[in-house]
Design a protein around this ligand. Structure first.
Ligand SMILES: Nc1ncnc2c1ncn2[C@@H]1O[C@H](COP(=O)(O)OP(=O)(O)OP(=O)(O)O)[C@@H](O)[C@H]1O
Ligand SMILES: [Mg+2]
Ligand SMILES: [Zn+2]
Length: 249
C-alpha cells in the first residue's frame, strides 16, 4: 500500500497494481519471480492467485499450434552470418515490452511473413509463463468470439457479449494480431474503437500488429496508436521469412 508520506515522484514510491490483482511487495506487482536457474515462476505470494485470470483470459486466445513454440530465443536476427539490424531492434523492443508492458503500447506494421505474429506469440508465451494474464488474439478471432456471443445470447460472464468485451477491454495485456485483416465495417470499427479507447484511457499494455499502414485505420484509432507518450510504432519491412531458402534460415 502507498503510505501518505510517499510522494509518487520519489524513486521508492510504490506503484499500485495496474492489473487489478493484489498489491504485492514480494514481486513489486510483477506477478513473477526469477528462480536460481533464471526461469520465470509465478510469484509465490500473489502469482498463484492470478492463475485463474491467466486461464480465463487465455480461453479466447489464438495462441495454439505453432505459436506455443514461438519464443524470443528462436527468433533469428542473423542470416548468412550477417546481423539484420532491423530484426535485432525489433526483437529487443518486443523483449522490452514483454518485460514491462504496463502503460506501454507496441505497434508493429509491415509486409507479410517477417515475424510479426512470431513476436506476438513470443510476448504472450513469456508473459503467460510469468503468470501475467496476457491475451493473444487475432482481430478476426476476436470478432468471431463476439458474433458467437450474440448468437448464444447467454448471460454468463465468459459467454455473453458484454462479458467478452469486458475481457478484451480489461485484459492486463492484450496482444492483437492481424488488425485490418477482417475488412472494415462500421460494426468492427466500433468494436475496435471501444476496446482500444478503453485501453488507451487506462494505459493498459497493448501490442498491435497489422499489415496495413496506420493511415488506413479510423483516424481516432490511428491517432491513439501513434501517441508517442505511450506507444512505440515500428515498421517491419524485413524480407518474408517464408520465402527464405530453407538452408539460409
Ligand atoms: N526472424 C525469424 N526467426 C525465426 N522464424 C521466423 C522469423 N521471422 C519469421 N519466422 C517464421 O516464419 C513464419 C512466418 O512468420 P509470422 O507468422 O510471424 O509472419 P507475419 O509477419 O505475422 O506475417 P503475416 O503478415 O502474413 O501474418 C513463422 O513460422 C515464423 O515462426
Ligand atoms: Mg501474422
Ligand atoms: Zn507477488
Amino acid at each position: 500500500m502507498t503510505t501518505p508520506s510517499e510522494s509518487l515522484s520519489s524513486p521508492d514510491a510504490h506503484i499500485p497494481p495496474i492489473d487489478g490483482g493484489p498489491d504485492c511487495r514480494y514481486c513489486d506487482n510483477r506477478r513473477y519471480v526469477i528462480d536460481a536457474q533464471g526461469r520465470l515462476k509465478p510469484c509465490p505470494e500473489c502469482g498463484v492467485a492470478q492463475a485463474w485470470k491467466v486461464q480465463a483470459v487465455d480461453t479466447f486466445s489464438s495462441r495454439g499450434g505453432a505459436a506455443l513454440k514461438q519464443t524470443f530465443f528462436n527468433f533469428k536476427t542473423v542470416f548468412d552470418g550477417k546481423k539484420d539490424d532491423l530484426l535485432h531492434d525489433l526483437l529487443e523492443t518486443a523483449e522490452a515490452f514483454a518485460a514491462q508492458p504496463d502503460e506501454h503500447w507496441l505497434v508493429l506494421w509491415g509486409e507479410r511473413g517477417n515475424g510479426k505474429s512470431h513476436l506476438c506469440a513470443a510476448v504472450a508465451n513469456h508473459l503467460i509463463a510469468a503468470g501475467t494474464a496476457a491475451l493473444f488474439i487475432t482481430m478476426p478471432d476476436l470478432l468471431a468470439a463476439l458474433r458467437q456471443a450474440m448468437d448464444l445470447q447467454t448471460n454468463t460472464e465468459q459467454e455473453s457479449y458484454t462479458g467478452r468485451m469486458q475481457t478484451f477491454k480489461t485484459a492486463p495485456v492484450l496482444i492483437l494480431d492481424d488488425l485490418g485483416a477482417e475488412g472494415n465495417s462500421p460494426w468492427s470499427d466500433g468494436v475496435l474503437f471501444e476496446i482500444l479507447d478503453y485501453r488507451y484511457r487506462n494505459r493498459l499494455g497493448t501490442m498491435i500488429v497489422t499489415n496495413c499502414s496506420l493511415d488506413a485505420f479510423d483516424p481516432r484509432i490511428a491517432s491513439r496508436m501513434q501517441d508517442t507518450a505511450l506507444s512505440i510504432v515500428i515498421e517491419n519491412n524485413a524480407q518474408d521469412y517464408r520465402k527464405r531458402p530453407a538452408d539460409k534460415r
